[in-house]
Design a protein around this ligand. Structure first.
Ligand SMILES: [Zn+2]
Ligand SMILES: [Zn+2]
Length: 453
C-alpha cells in the first residue's frame, strides 16, 4: 500500500490523503483551506484519476476535512463516502452554509469561480454517502480492505479510521482529543496491532502551563463572568459554530447549575443554532456526556431564537452572555460585527476559548494592549480596546504530550505526521528520536509516494 499527501503544503489546510493498494484507491478526508480562497483552497487531486476511487472516508465535519468533498465527488461520482451518521448530517449543514459563504465572497471579493458547488448539487451527492457505526469492522465496498471507525473525542461524530489489508494495519487519527470535554468523551482509540500511524500534530508547538487543568480554566471563566456581571457589562465568547459553541453552552449551563455564575441570558446565533439543532437531534444516539440533554431546550440560560425570517443584528445588553461565531472574529462574521460595537466599553469582556490564526482580527484583539486602536474590518473605523480580554485553553485537540504518549504506546513501524506546522512536527520528531527510535518518521511532501508495506 502506498500513501500520498494531497495537501498543497505541510500545514493545517485542505487535509486530504490518498491510499493506493493495487487497483484500489481510498481517500482520507477532503478538506478546504481555511485561509486560501478559490481553487488554491482545494487539495491537489492530481494523482487521482477520474472515477477511480473506491471509497472516501470523512473523519469529522470541520471545514478543513470536508470543504472540498462536493468537488471531489464530481470527479468521483460513483464513489461511496463513508462516515458516521452524525458526521454526515453535520457535513450536509456545514456544506450548505459554505455555499452561502462562497456566494457572498463572489459578490464582495469578486472570486469568480465561487460558489464551487450549489445547494442542489449537495442534495444530489448525498446518495453516495453511507453511514457506519463506531467499533464495527466492515469491508470497504468492492475492495479487499477492511475498515473500522473509532471515536476521536474531538467533536460529535468524529472518528479515527482503521484500515486493514491482509495482515497489515493502518490507523489515521483525524483530529483527536484524548481527554473528555463537556459534551464529547475522550477518544477511544486502539493502541495495538498498528503498523502505520497517520497522526495529527496540531499542538506540537504548544506547551501547557504548569498546573493547568480544564476544571481550573472553567473556574477562571466563571470568575470573569461574575466580574463582568458585577460591572454591569456583557461577555462575548467568539466560538466556532461546530463543536466549540455546543461545548461552551453546555459548560455555561454546568457553571450555572454549580452556582458558580449568576443567571444571565445567553445568546447564540446563525450557523451555531443550526449545528446545535443537530447536536440535540443526536443527543441520545451518540457517544457523549449528558446523553439525552438537549441544549436548545434544557439549558435555562439560553435565550430561544425568535422565529423571524429577517436576520436581525445582535446588539449587546448588560449582564448577558454572547457565544457568537466565528471563533477568530473573521471579517463579516457575527462575532466581528458584534465586537465592533462592544470593544470600546470598559464594562464588557471578551473570552477567547479557541485557536486564533495570527492573521485574524481575533488574534489582534487577543494580543492588543488596553487603549490600542483596533480595526476589525476593512469597512469599519478603528476603535480603542477598552473591554477586558482573557484567554482560556479549552482546545478540542490533544496536547502534544498526549499525542506523543499515544504514538509511543502504539510503536508503529512508520509514523506519518500530518495536520501541523513544520515547527510543531519538529517537537514530535525530537521526542520520537529518543523514545521510539525504531519507528520511521515521515513528513510527507505533496504527492510524494510513500510505500507503507
Ligand atoms: Zn477538527
Ligand atoms: Zn482539522
Amino acid at each position: 500500500m502506498r500513501f500520498r499527501n494531497l495537501t498543497r503544503r505541510r500545514e493545517i489546510g485542505a487535509n486530504s490523503y490518498l491510499l493506493e493498494a493495487g487497483d484500489h484507491r481510498v481517500v482520507l478526508d477532503v478538506g478546504m483551506h481555511p485561509k486560501q480562497v478559490g481553487y488554491a483552497a482545494l487539495p491537489d487531486f492530481g494523482p487521482l484519476a477520474h472515477d477511480s476511487a473506491d471509497a472516501i472516508f470523512i473523519t469529522h465535519a470541520h471545514h478543513d476535512h470536508i470543504g472540498a468533498l462536493p468537488v471531489l465527488q464530481r470527479k468521483q461520482p460513483n464513489t461511496p463516502v463513508i462516515m458516521t451518521e452524525v458526521t454526515g448530517e453535520l457535513t450536509s449543514g456545514m456544506l450548505h452554509n459554505s455555499v452561502n459563504v462562497m456566494t457572498k465572497q463572489r459578490e464582495e471579493e469578486s472570486i469568480t469561480e465561487y460558489p464551487l458547488f450549489t445547494h442542489r448539487e449537495l442534495d444530489g451527492i448525498r446518495a453516495q454517502w453511507i453511514y457506519r457505526d463506531l467499533d464495527r469492522p466492515f469491508t470497504v465496498p468492492n475492495t479487499n480492505l477492511e475498515a473500522t471507525l473509532h471515536d476521536a473525542g474531538h467533536i460529535l461524530g468524529s472518528t479515527g479510521v482503521m484500515i486493514r489489508e491482509g495482515s497489515n494495519t493502518l490507523f489515521y487519527t483525524g483530529d483527536v482529543n484524548f481527554e473528555p470535554q463537556t459534551i464529547c468523551q475522550a477518544a477511544d482509540f486502539p493502541t495495538s496491532g498498528i503498523d502505520v500511524l497517520i497522526m495529527e500534530t496540531t499542538r506540537g508547538d504548544f506547551s501547557r502551563p504548569e498546573g493547568y487543568s480544564r476544571k481550573g480554566e472553567k473556574e477562571r471563566l466563571a470568575a470573569l463572568i461574575r466580574d463582568t456581571h458585577e460591572a454591569n457589562g456583557a461577555l462575548l465568547i467568539p466560538v466556532f459554530a461546530l463543536g466549540k459553541t455546543q461545548e461552551v453552552v453546555m459548560m455555561l449551563h454546568e457553571l450555572h447549575q454549580e452556582d458558580l455564575i449568576p443567571m444571565m441570558p445567553l445568546y447564540i446565533g446563525g450557523l451555531s443554532t443550526k449545528v446545535t439543532v443537530l447536536y440535540d437531534h443526536y443527543a441520545s444516539r451518540s457517544r457523549r456526556s449528558y446523553p439525552g440533554f438537549r441544549l436548545l431546550e434544557d439549558t435555562d440560560l439560553l435565550v430561544p431564537r425568535k422565529n423571524s425570517r429577517k436576520r436581525q443584528e445582535i446588539v449587546a445588553s448588560p449582564r448577558s452572555l454572547y457565544a457568537l461565531s466565528s471563533g477568530m472574529m473573521t471579517e463579516h462574521t457575527v462575532s466581528n460585527q458584534f465586537a465592533a460595537k462592544f470593544l470600546d466599553n470598559p464594562r464588557n469582556a471578551i473570552a477567547f476559548v479557541g485557536y486564533t490564526d495570527p492573521t485574524s482580527p481575533g488574534y489582534t484583539v487577543r494580543n492588543a494592549k488596553q487603549g490600542e486602536m483596533i480595526k476589525l474590518s476593512r469597512d469599519l473605523a478603528a476603535i480603542p480596546l477598552r473591554a477586558r480580554v482573557e484567554s482560556f485553553d479549552l482546545s478540542a485537540h490533544g496536547t502534544r504530550e498526549q499525542l506523543a504518549d499515544y504514538a509511543e504506546k502504539v510503536k508503529p513501524k512508520k509514523l506519518i505526521m500530518v495536520h501541523g506546522e513544520e515547527s510543531a512536527q519538529n517537537w514530535f520528531a525530537n521526542r520520537f528520536a529518543e523514545t521510539i527510535p525504531d519507528t520511521e518518521l515521515i513528513r510527507p511532501d505533496t504527492h510524494q509516494p510513500i510505500d507503507l508495506w
